[in-house]
Write a protein that binds this ligand. Structure first.
Ligand code: B3K
Ligand code: ZN
Length: 874
């Protein structure tokens, strides 16, 4: 099939005003009747065409009359119907097979046929697996949904919208009806049916609406839903206070499932969550997982306005809801926890996941120009880079201006399917400013390089900062244009003090921090009254998603690392310094940077006045993935070895005794508390333990073993287990066996058991993975299990996956083919691990090339996997 193109967009010829859906639910077969009240665009003449995939059509009537076979055609996933008019009512009845649906798209079974429950996943194009419909986001309809099912097997029946009646039928079945007053696109439709338990909370919105909040799960995990409920309430309050957005139905349901292709789904009034992002309790969840639950709960809730009330005109606009909602969630999480730590986490993720995407054959703009399979475009670029673009706009307008703009955006587009132009237009108009130039960011792939150069003029006491931008060509986009790049900056003197900034041509009262915007290929900004040659702190808070190129020397970075009050840039200085040290080590040259890095960090460590979570981050060099991005010929084993060497030197410099003492001090305060200070201490303790393992395993391994045995919660237990595994401790096998048994019935905890082992670096990792695949609890049918074993191996274990003999690549290709037959979305996502193979050193490159060629030439691959393989091969 030809790809879908942004420039081929046409408004729908047929719309659906209201739809009544009746479900006769059962595990093996379910029947769905849909009555569509149709509206025709008078300007268009096409016959009625509806999407439908794998549907068994049982009957079809138009305006009450059964259609003869020659009055409709169902082929190539389209149902074409003759004789429909404006105002017609089309009724179709279809049969589905939920238990046989392993793709987890449309209506499917979670869990076993005996005990599991039924649920749906529609975004992006799953609704067409449920019934015939114009399955596109710009068709917004009012839904009434009636569910009928056996009362014992399906005691709980849920659909989006407000409850609208329920009752008992005389054949052992019962029914429930839901009416959603808000017109919505089909991708936000959802139903859930089965044996589920719930917890409940009453909530009153700022506008005074009484809402019942309900979280549903299977009985064995219902006691792990309370944290999500708290997080939901916090999210609702925050959106009222920060954006003036209130919830708009009488009920809000959230459902947890262990069988889900992604993190969660914002269905109107009926969010469905991967259990991984909903359940939390101290015994099975780490601190990181608690934070993830909070942020995903917030993300899905915030979609109620940024996504549901205002939705996307077409899937090219996906970042309109996703980038914006990620940004909203990031601000929320920063408010709930720590701004600079959240920023460090988000930027690390951007660099680990989005920069490589933007630099390789899978590069695409935040608003792509074309796709074959839209599910392949729920990417780090659309989400994370998209959020960075919103952040730049918010920074440009300031908090009040941004709020004004968002108010106008929501007011003007409520109930509509909007575009990115609508978004930038509203933000700009509310502030009497033209944000048009920022639109270029949405259409251009690739990460811009921002080159910065400073000249100090001693006689004039002025400092000239020249900024230049360049975006490397990406596939299909050889020419790049200049983008507006906001650079937040400060200037430091030799004593580490910030100087007041008198920017040439600016009248505002001088501050110690300012933002300059590079709007052309190159521009120079002059600062007056600068007493001595300054050290610039550039791109503070990561003010634009670019790669900064500034020729810092080690002394300058060490100064920023010691003195920059911007927590993010302080961390950034340590990252840059570690990177310079890495380059020195790699090239076997001088060791100025290495010395400066070791020196600065050991001093910070000894003084012990840095906030513990920040210190843990400062003590962590950039990931192997990030360093691979800088290499022209990547040898992952060598990068791993160099990174280990660097960390060993850091541990040596701090000293085994100092590490040991700090560990004991931090361990002495162990608690289960989730407050920020306790989480920070646990994080630092883990880093200290890892460093100590590198230089003094004789001391560190027994500490880790004790920590494992006496851990009050999962953060300490998993941390200890990973430390034992990574330092190949004699105590590791016993701990693994204990964990396996202790958590035999806890799927999410067991996932971490697989993940921890899949991530152990080195040439033997693949053998370990092959052994783990034979564990009775491993299955390719469960996406979480696949991610925790295969995903962790191919994405979070570069030295293991990129084994020199290419066995990792052959293994992945084999699994992709098996997975693809079950679940194309999961297979396609895993296949992106091949990204970057063109820059591998020649031996690995050739091995990867052969495997990818073979895969590309295979017949019968899904559209999802085929598109990724074809793109990655370029
Ligand atoms: N909107 C969903 C993602 C749907 C993915 C479809 N393949 C979750 C989210 O971003 O909130
Ligand atoms: Zn989202």
């Amino acid at each position: 099939a030809a790809p879908t193109r942004l420039d081929a967009y046409r408004a729908p010829a047929w719309r659906v005003e209201t739809v009544e859906l009746d479900f006769d639910l059962a595990i093996d077969t379910t029947e769905v009747t849909a009555r569509l009240h149709l509206r025709r665009d008078p300007a268009q003449t096409q016959p009625l065409r509806l999407d439908g995939e794998n549907l068994e059509l049982l009957s079809i009537t138009l305006d009450g009359t059964t259609l003869p076979p020659d009055a409709f055609r169902y082929a190539s996933n389209v149902l074409e119907v003759d004789g429909a008019r404006d105002g017609s009512v089309l009724e179709t009845r279809v049969r589905l097979r939920p238990a046989a649906n392993t793709a987890l798209e449309g209506l499917y079974l979670s869990g076993s046929a005996e005990a599991g429950f039924l649920l749906t996943q529609c975004e992006a194009e799953g609704f067409r697996h449920i019934t015939f419909f114009p399955d596109r986001p710009d068709v917004q309809a009012r839904y009434t949904v009636t569910l009928r099912a056996d009362r014992d097997r399906f005691p709980v029946l849920l659909a989006g919208g407000n409850p609208d009646g329920a009752g008992v039928l005389d054949d052992g079945r019962h029914w429930a009806r839901f009416a959603d007053p808000h017109p919505k696109p089909s991708y936000l439709f959802a139903v859930v049916a089965g044996r589920l338990q719930s917890i409940e909370r009453d909530y009153v919105t700022a506008e005074g609406r009484a809402v019942t909040l309900k979280i549903w799960s299977e009985a064995d995990v219902i006691d792990r839903c309370d944290y999500a409920m708290d997080a939901l309430e916090r999210s609702m309050r925050w959106d009222e206070q920060t954006y003036g957005r209130n919830y708009d139905l009488d009920v809000f349901h959230v459902v947890a499932t262990h069988d889900f292709n992604m993190g969660a789904m914002e269905n109107k009034g009926l969010n469905i969550f991967n259990a991984k992002y909903l359940l939390a309790d101290p015994d099975s969840s780490t601190d990181d997982e608690y934070r993830h639950v909070e942020s995903v709960i917030a993300h899905e809730y915030f979609h109620n306005w940024s996504g549901n009330r205002v939705t996307c005109r077409d899937w090219f606009q996906l970042s309109l809801k996703e980038g914006l909602t990620v940004f909203r969630e990031q601000s929320f999480s920063a408010d709930m926890n720590s701004t600079s730590l959240k920023r460090i986490e988000d930027v690390s993720l951007l660099r680990r996941a989005q920069f490589p995407e933007d630099a390789g054959p899978l590069a695409h703009p935040v608003r792509p120009a074309q796709y074959s399979e839209i599910n392949n475009f729920y990417t780090a670029t659309v989400y994370e880079k998209g959020a960075e673009l919103v952040r730049m706009l918010a920074g440009r307008l300031g908090p009040e201006g941004f709020r004004r703009g968002m108010d106008l955006y929501f007011a003007r587009n409520d109930g509509r399917a909007a575009t990115l132009e609508d978004f930038l237009g509203a933000l700009g108009e509310a502030n009497h400013t033209d944000l048009g130039p920022y639109l270029a960011w949405y259409g251009q792939a690739g990460t811009p390089r921002l080159h910065a150069h400073g000249e100090y003029d001693e006689a004039r006491r002025s400092y000239a900062l020249t900024l230049r931008q360049h975006t490397p060509a990406t596939s299909g986009q050889p020419q790049k244009q200049a983008l507006p790049i906001p650079v937040k900056l400060a200037l430091f003197d030799d004593d580490g003090r910030m100087t007041a900034l008198h920017l040439d041509g600016q009248t505002a009262k001088p501050q110690t921090e300012c933002v300059v915007v590079l709007e052309a290929d190159e521009q120079t900004f002059i600062f007056r009254g600068v007493p001595t040659a300054p050290v610039p702190s550039l791109l503070r808070g990561f003010s634009a998603p670019v790669i900064l190129e500034y020729d810092y020397d080690a002394t300058e970075l060490a100064l920023l690392l010691r003195h920059d009050p911007d927590g993010f840039n302080r961390w950034e200085a340590s990252q840059q310094l570690a990177t310079l040290a890495y380059v020195e080590l790699r090239d076997g040259g001088a060791s100025h940077a290495l010395e400066a890095w070791l020196d600065a960090l050991s001093v910070l460590f000894a003084h012990n006045d840095v906030e513990p979570a920040l210190l843990a981050n400062l003590l962590t060099p950039p990931s192997e993935v990030e360093w691979a991005e800088r290499e022209a010929s990547v040898d992952p084993a060598r990068i791993h070895a160099l990174r280990q060497q660097l960390q060993r030197q850091l541990a040596e410099r701090i000293g085994a005794e100092a590490l040991h003492q700090r560990y004991l001090a931090l361990a002495g305060e162990a608690s289960l508390s989730l407050d920020a200070a306790s989480q920070a201490r646990r994080r630092l303790k883990q880093r200290v333990l890892e460093l100590l393992c590198l230089i003094d395993p004789g001391v560190a391994q027994p500490l880790a073993a004790t920590q494992y045995a006496s851990a009050p919660g999962m953060t300490d237990r998993l941390g200890a287990l990973m430390a034992l595994l990574r330092s190949d401790a004699a105590q590791a096998p016993a701990a693994l066996a204990h964990y396996r048994q202790r958590y035999a019935d806890n799927a999410l905890a067991l996932d971490k058991w697989f993940m921890a082992q899949a991530q152990v670096p080195g040439e033997t990792a693949l053998d370990r993975v092959l052994t783990l695949e034979r564990d009775a609890s491993f299955t390719l049918k469960n996406p979480n299990r696949v991610q925790s074993l295969l995903g962790a191996f191919v994405r979070a274990n570069p030295s293991g996956f990129h084994r020199a003999d290419g066995a990792g690549y052959r293994f992945l290709a084999e699994r992709l083919v098996q997975l693809d037959a079950l679940n194309p979305q999961v297979a396609a996502r895993l296949a992106t691990a091949f990204n970057g193979w063109q820059r591998l050193e020649p031996g690995r490159r050739e091995a990867a090339r052969r495997v990818i060629e073979d895969l590309a030439n295979r017949e019968g691959l899904s559209r999802n996997l085929r598109e990724i393989v074809a793109n990655v091969r370029k």
